[in-house]
Design a protein around this ligand. Structure first.
Ligand SMILES: [Zn+2]
Ligand SMILES: [Zn+2]
Length: 295
């Protein structure tokens, strides 16, 4: 059985490699289909498609969106949507703008705490990609205020720390609707991040399913075997599609490899057809072209 990887980041968000470089690594790892799921942006998709044509790897349009559901930050992955849909792209642009509003406020708070750093220094760290807390953390390390980025997060930047600025996030149910309206399949990313298990997680997923959620990211680099089998069971119980991916970021997290996660990840290619089928049904509902006819 061949392997696929439906959760990959590139330089277009917080990954360190270009889409072409990620595709090359996927090819080396024996991946037959992949999705670039950058945060709030779809601009890496055409480059990945171009690079994947020669080795014959299928590129599925993908994205990852942050959202909030009853005080919890949840990430939603979207697959097989029309990535050129202008309404969907407007939503993404709005999400990227909300990040830009947050950074100056974080810097102001750090300045008020007596740490000297400027927006220019943070922007210089980020280059051309989307700018976020990891870049602020890096500047704090460079200036010797903290030993490493972990300390920067723990002392200043994580939720509840003195320089933490909550980001305005859309309701998860809205994000699900945006993806479906663009003809895509919404999937809850890395359920371990929800920090709930058992019945509370069941109820959370059931609520989201009612709002249109169609899948659960069961196979994931940091899920252990027990978690994987529990999430598989949960997906079965709620009749949700099963997906999986590495959440590869490149240099930002060198322990995770494309297609193989921390070494023992294998997302089977048999998960792809049910996902494609679900997208076809959404396309019928919304009067769009079938995903197989896109590109
Ligand atoms: Zn995520
Ligand atoms: Zn991710």
């Amino acid at each position: 059985m061949a392997r696929i990887d439906l959760h990959l980041h590139t330089r277009f968000s917080d990954g360190s490699l270009t889409p072409g470089e990620v595709v090359a690594l996927a090819h080396q790892a024996g991946v037959t289909a992949l999705a670039i799921t950058d945060h709030d942006i779809v601009d890496g998709i055409p480059q990945a498609m171009e690079a994947a044509a020669k080795p014959g790897i299928e590129v599925i349009p993908g994205v990852e969106l942050s959202s909030r559901f009853h005080e919890r930050e949840l990430h939603v992955l979207g697959y097989f949507f029309d990535w050129q849909d202008s309404t969907f792209r407007d939503h993404l642009a709005q999400q990227r703008r909300s990040r830009h509003v947050r950074n100056p406020q974080t810097i102001e708070r750090l300045n008020a705490l007596g740490l000297e750093l400027s927006e220019e220094e943070v922007n210089a760290k980020a280059g051309s990609g989307s700018i976020g807390r990891p870049h602020v953390a890096q500047v704090l390390v460079d200036k010797g205020y903290v030993q490493d980025t972990r300390e920067a997060f723990n002392r200043y930047l994580k939720e509840g720390a003195p320089a933490y600025v909550p980001r305005t996030l859309p309701d998860t149910r809205n994000v699900i609707t945006w993806i479906r309206n663009a003809g895509g399949v919404p999937v809850l990313a890395h359920p371990a991040w929800t920090r709930c298990e058992g019945e509370p997680l069941y109820r959370l997923c059931a609520c989201l399913k009612e709002a249109g959620l169609l899948g659960l990211e069961v196979f994931y680099s940091s899920h252990n075997r027990k978690q994987t089998s529990r999430y598989l069971e949960l997906a079965k119980r709620l009749d949700l599609l099963v997906t999986g991916g590495s959440d590869f970021h490149g240099a930002a997290n060198p322990t995770i490899q494309v297609g193989r996660g921390k070494g023992n990840l294998k997302v089977p290619d048999t998960l792809l057809e049910p996902l494609r089928q679900a997208a076809s049904e959404i396309c019928k509902e919304t009067g769009r072209k079938s995903p197989n006819l896109l590109h």
